[in-house]
Design a protein around this ligand. Structure first.
Ligand code: AMP
Length: 420
């Protein structure tokens, strides 16, 4: 497999799949979080400093037509340029009509293509009317699959080498993230620096022999996290559970959960996880106390109770102080920590303390020498909100991709480069 560190881009045109699917301000349309743009800079800078030129391609949002101006990548040009010291970014308004701009691109120049998802070929999903018959849907799907070949051929024709640095979409078998790799020989396709760092961080968590190793799983549902939890159990020493999924575990063990979130059909699964954790000598930490609310509302009345004694009519929306102390201690004594998912409804101030406390505990553990990996949109948002991004070891740019990789699934964008 080709490695970007060893590759000399001098005189080459590189087409780079980046993930510039960044959030925009509702009114001003300015980029509100440029983490993903900054993530792509090492790769862009390496190509330019070698004496190559860069053709950037990405998706943004979920456009339903071509063009769909609210999802135009034009909107990120000034932020990208700012991150590259004011460098000029050339732009083509149609990703399939960049032949002349690509062929006249000079060493040191950057060309950005318009949103790939303006074309249904990018995702391979046809845009059929809701009332289309099943036969029409099948025919439309076959048609898109066929035209995907022309789509990738056109994109590949712009460049000598393909670099995939879009970790956020690595779990998608899309045209630009996976299929296009087949059109480049083994020596001329590779991961960018961002994907390399993501893979290195996840492999370190999975494979490190340093102990204690702690996984913190939060968020709304057990069902979303069951696979990653099962995969992690044999390698972890501690499993901390927080967030809405807590209550499925508490109810499964006979606790009173009031109106808290609960997946009634996952009670057996919760017991099964606890059993498997015991078999694997994993210490499970569930919240012992909670901040309860009388309704799901930012201005709700609050009270604190034991997690398994939630009063009728109340719902647990955050972990409370005793739990915060317990979780913080376990985290601060760990050598490897993985965190995915908030401890409560952190979007509402009244229920954000638990999640912020966990973010701070990770920072403390990192300072004491632990390797700490944070993934998933909400945990990353909490780290950023607490200004701790540079106080943890690694913040993943891909929530879904990270979960799937750590679940042991094959990611099409990774497999396409590795030749798996
Ligand atoms: P997920 O997408 O599964 O990681 O879940 C994230 C969502 O879970 C966030 O929007 C949180 O507000 C929500 N959440 C966390 N804790 C709770 C809770 N105790 N009750 C209801 N929702 C919660």
């Amino acid at each position: 497999m080709q490695l970007i560190d060893n590759y000399n881009f001098a005189g080459k045109k590189a087409i780079v799949r980046v993930d510039f699917n960044v959030p925009l301000h509702k009114e001003t349309k300015e980029v509100t979080d440029d983490t993903r743009i900054r993530g792509a800079l090492p790769t862009i800078n390496k190509i330019l400093s070698d004496g190559g030129s860069v053709i950037l391609m990405s998706h943004m949002g979920r456009p339903k037509k071509n063009p769909d101006p609210q999802f135009s990548l034009k909107q990120i040009i000034s932020k990208l340029s700012e991150n590259l010291g004011g460098k000029e970014i050339k732009f083509v308004e149609d990703c399939l009509k960049a032949q002349s701009e690509a062929s006249s691109l000079q060493a040191g120049e950057i060309l950005l293509l318009e949103n790939l998802r303006f074309y249904e070929e990018e995702e391979g999903k046809p845009r059929v009317a809701d009332d289309a018959s099943d036969e029409e849907k099948v025919a439309a799907k076959a048609q898109v699959k066929e035209s995907q070949q022309d789509f990738i051929k056109t994109l590949a024709s712009y460049a000598d080498v393909y670099v995939n640095d879009a970790f956020g979409t690595a779990h998608r078998a899309h045209a630009s993230t996976a299929l296009i790799a087949d059109l480049f020989d083994e020596n001329n396709k590779m991961f960018g620096f961002l994907i390399n760092s993501e893979l290195k961080s996840m492999d370190l968590v999975l494979q490190s022999k340093d102990t204690p190793k702690t996984a913190i799983m939060g968020g709304a549902k057990v069902s979303d996290k069951i696979q990653i939890i099962s995969r992690l159990l044999p390698t972890m020493d501690n499993l901390i559970i927080g967030g809405g999924m807590t209550y499925t575990f508490i109810k499964a063990q006979g606790g009173q959960i009031g109106n808290s979130l609960c997946e009634e059909d996952k009670l057996d699964l919760a017991l099964d996880i606890l059993k498997k954790a015991k078999e694997n000598n994993v210490q499970v930490y569930l919240p012992v106390d909670a901040v309860n609310a009388d309704k799901f509302d930012a201005n709700a009345k609050t009270s604190v109770s034991k997690t398994d004694e939630t009063p009728d009519g109340w719902m647990g929306l955050d972990i409370a102080d005793e739990t915060i102390a317990l979780f913080s201690k376990v985290i601060s004594e760990s050598k490897i920590v993985l965190w995915n998912g908030p401890m409560g409804v952190f979007e509402m101030d009244k229920f954000s303390k638990g999640t912020s406390s966990v973010a701070h505990a990770l920072a403390e553990a990192t300072e004491k020498g632990a390797f700490t990996l944070v993934g998933g949109g909400d945990s990353v948002a909490a780290i950023n909100k607490n200004k701790l991004a540079d106080k943890v070891s690694y913040v993943s740019t891909g929530g879904g991709a990270m979960l799937e990789y750590m679940e042991g699934k094959q990611l099409p964008g990774i497999a396409a480069i590795r030749g798996e």
